[in-house]
Write a protein that binds this ligand. Structure first.
Ligand code: MSP
Length: 538
C-alpha cells in the first residue's frame, strides 16, 4: 500500500446546523446530517482532507423552558438529549469529525472574544426592543408574518409573545451594502437559486439592526459588557461553528480556532434558518473582520404522506425506528435519491419500500448476484480474464461507464444527489438489459466462452463502478459489493480511503482486476417486504 502525504491536501470543512435539544432528533435533522455525511465522504474519496462538523445548540429560552417543564436542571437535560443526537448519527453511519455542544466551556471563551471584537468595532449598542417573539423559532416576527391570534406560521400551535425590553443590538443595517456586494460578487454564496432570491428580496427591503441580548433568560452566556443580559441564543449558536474547529489540545482562542479549517466551505441548513446563515452570520463575520464561508445551501422541508410533519398531528417519522427497521443505507439512499436537494420532499413508507426494492435489491443487487453466479458456474470463482481497458470504447456498458465518474462527480459537487443516483442506477439498468440481450447462458452452451467472459466482465465492472460511486450514500452496501468482487477494503475506513480507493482509478470503467477471486454470491441487499414502521401501506 502506498502512503499519501496529508500535507498539501485540499481541505474541505462543512457543517450541519447545531440542533436544538428541546426534543429528540427527528427525521428533518437526520436529513441534513445524512446529506452532510455524503458530501464529506465524497470529498474523502477525492483525496481531500475533510472536517465535518455537527453538534447541538443548547442555550436559550426554548431549552430553558423545556428543561423547566420536565423538572430537570437545564445542563442535565442538554446532556441527555445531546447524547441521543450523537447516538443517532452512529446508527445512521454518519462519521462526523467534530460534535460541538454550545455548553462546552471552551465555547464560552470563543464567544467572549468574538463579542469583544464586534463591540470594539462599535457595532453593538443598547436599544429598546418591542415586538412579537416566537420562542419555538427563537426569533422576533413581523406582525404581518403572524397568523391570527399572533401564532407563528412555522409553529401554528404556539402563540408569539409580546416583548418590550431593553436589549443590546447588532448594527446589521451598517452591512447592507457589503452584503449586497457579497451576493453580487459571489453568486454561488447562497444556493439553490430560489433561496438566493429569497435572501436578495429580504435584504433589498432594507436591513434592520437585530437584538442580540435577552433579559429574563438565564440559560445562556452573560453579555460580557453587561452581565444582567444574556446573549441571544443565535449569536452564541452560530459561533459554535468556530469553536468546533479547535483541536482538542488547543487553547480556546479565535486564532487557534481559525488556523486550519477556516473559512468553512459549506454550511448545509434547512430553508427555515436561511436568514441567520446568509444575512446575520456573514454580517457578524464582517464586523469581526473575518473571512466569510464559501457557501450556504438551504434544503427543503420533508413531509410525511404529503402532510407537514408535526407532533400534534402525530405523523412524525422517528429516525431511530426507521434505522432499526431498514438499516442506515436504505434511509440514506431514499432521502437523497427521491428528493431533489433544495426542494421539499415527501416520505411515504410504501414509496420507500418500492424505491429500495427496485433500485438496490433488483437493479443493482440482483444484477451482481445473477452475474456472479454465472461466473462461478462458467469460470470458477475468478473474474474472467478480460482486460477492461482493451474493451472497445463503443461497448454498450463501457461507453456509458467511462463518462459516469465525471458526471457523478459533477452531481456530488453541486449537491445534485438525486441526479447522481439516477445516473448510477441507469448503468445498472443498462447492465440488466445487456445481459438479457446477450444471453451469456446461451452463448456458453454454444461454446463461445471468450464472448461470455467479456459479457460477464463488463457487467461485473459496471456493478463495481456503480458501487464505488454510490459509496458516499450507501457505504455498507458498497463495501459488501466490493468484498463480493474480491476486494478487501471497507468504505468506512476513512483514514485509508484515498489510499486504497483512489478516485482516479476506481471512478474509471475498466478497473476490476482480471482473475481476482470473487466471494460466494449472496444477496447484497435484502428485499424489503412489509411496512414495518407506520403499520401498513398508506
Ligand atoms: N438550533 C438551530 C440551528 C442553529 S445553527 C448554528 C435550529 N435547530 S433545529 O433543530 O430547530 O433545526 C435544525 C435543522 O432541522 C434546520 O436546518 C431545519 O431546517 C431542519 N428541519 C426541521 N424540520 C424539518 C423538516 N420537516 N424537514 C427538513 N428539515 C427540517 O434551527
Amino acid at each position: 500500500m502506498s502512503s499519501i502525504s496529508t500535507e498539501n491536501k485540499k481541505t474541505f470543512a462543512l457543517t450541519t446546523p447545531l440542533y436544538y435539544v428541546n426534543d429528540l432528533p427527528h427525521i428533518g435533522s437526520a436529513y441534513t446530517t445524512i446529506a452532510a455525511d455524503v458530501v464529506a465522504r465524497y470529498h474523502r474519496l477525492r483525496g481531500h482532507s475533510v472536517l465535518m462538523v455537527t453538534g447541538t445548540d443548547e442555550h436559550g429560552q426554548k431549552i430553558q423552558r423545556t428543561a423547566e417543564a420536565l423538572g430537570r436542571p437545564p445542563q442535565e437535560h442538554c446532556d441527555t438529549i445531546s447524547a441521543t443526537f450523537a447516538d443517532l448519527w452512529q446508527r445512521l453511519n454518519i462519521r462526523c469529525d467534530r460534535f460541538i455542544r454550545t455548553t462546552d466551556p471552551r465555547h464560552a471563551a470563543i464567544v467572549q472574544e468574538f463579542f469583544q471584537r464586534v463591540w470594539d468595532k462599535g457595532d453593538i449598542y443598547l436599544g429598546h426592543q418591542k415586538g412579537w417573539y416566537c420562542v419555538a423559532c427563537e426569533e422576533f416576527k413581523e406582525e404581518r408574518d403572524l397568523l391570527e391570534g399572533h401564532r407563528c406560521a412555522l409553529h401554528p400551535n404556539k402563540e408569539a409573545e409580546w416583548r418590550d425590553e431593553q436589549n443590546y443590538f447588532f448594527r446589521l443595517s451598517a452591512y447592507q451594502d457589503k452584503l449586497e456586494a457579497l451576493y453580487q460578487n459571489q453568486p454561488d454564496f447562497i444556493q439553490p437559486a430560489s433561496r438566493r432570491n429569497e435572501v436578495l428580496n429580504f435584504v433589498s427591503q432594507g436591513l434592520q439592526d437585530f437584538s442580540i441580548s435577552r433579559v429574563n433568560v438565564e440559560w445562556g452566556f452573560p453579555v460580557p459588557a453587561d452581565p444582567k443580559h444574556t446573549l441571544y441564543v443565535w449569536f452564541d449558536a452560530l459561533l459554535g461553528y468556530v469553536t468546533a474547529l479547535l483541536e482538542p489540545e488547543d487553547e480556546p482562542t479565535l486564532s487557534n480556532a481559525l488556523a486550519k479549517w477556516w473559512p468553512i466551505n459549506l454550511h448545509l441548513i434547512g430553508k427555515d434558518i436561511l436568514r441567520f446563515h446568509a444575512v446575520y452570520w456573514p454580517a457578524m463575520l464582517m464586523s469581526a473582520e473575518l473571512p466569510l464561508p464559501t457557501q450556504v445551501v438551504g434544503h427543503g422541508f420533508l413531509t410525511k404522506d404529503g402532510h407537514k410533519m408535526s407532533k400534534s398531528i402525530g405523523n412524525t417519522v422517528n429516525p431511530v425506528e426507521l434505522v432499526e427497521a431498514y438499516g442506515a443505507d436504505a434511509i440514506r439512499y431514499y432521502f437523497l435519491k427521491e428528493i431533489e436537494f433544495g426542494r421539499d420532499g415527501d416520505y411515504s413508507e410504501t414509496r420507500f419500500i418500492n424505491t429500495l426494492n427496485a433500485d438496490l435489491a433488483n437493479d443493482l443487487g440482483n444484477l451482481l448476484n445473477r452475474t456472479s453466479r454465472m461466473v462461478h458456474k462458467y469460470f470458477g470463482p475468478q473474474v474472467p480474464g478480460v482486460d477492461g481497458a482493451a474493451i472497445p470504447a463503443d461497448h454498450p456498458l463501457k461507453s456509458v461507464g467511462q463518462t459516469l465518474g465525471d458526471r457523478v462527480a459533477a452531481a456530488y459537487d453541486s449537491l445534485a444527489f438525486s441526479e447522481g443516483c439516477a445516473a448510477i442506477l441507469s448503468l445498472a439498468q443498462l447492465g440488466n438489459k445487456f445481459i438479457d440481450e446477450q444471453a451469456p447462458w446461451k452463448r456458453y452452451k454454444e461454446g463461445d466462452t471468450e464472448k461470455v467472459a467479456e459479457i460477464l466482465y463488463a457487467v461485473l465492472e459496471s456493478v463495481r463502478l456503480a458501487a464505488y460511486l454510490l459509496s458516499p450514500i450507501t457505504p455498507q452496501l458498497s463495501t459488501t459489493i466490493y468484498q463480493q468482487l474480491g476486494f478487501s477494503i471497507n468504505f468506512d475506513n476513512d483514514s485509508l480511503i484515498d489510499v486504497d480507493l483512489p478516485f482516479a482509478t476506481h471512478a474509471t470503467w475498466g478497473t476490476l482486476p482480471a482473475s481476482q477471486s470473487l466471494s460466494e454470491p449472496q444477496p447484497v441487499f435484502q428485499r424489503l417486504e412489509q411496512p414495518k414502521v407506520s403499520g401498513g401501506p398508506d
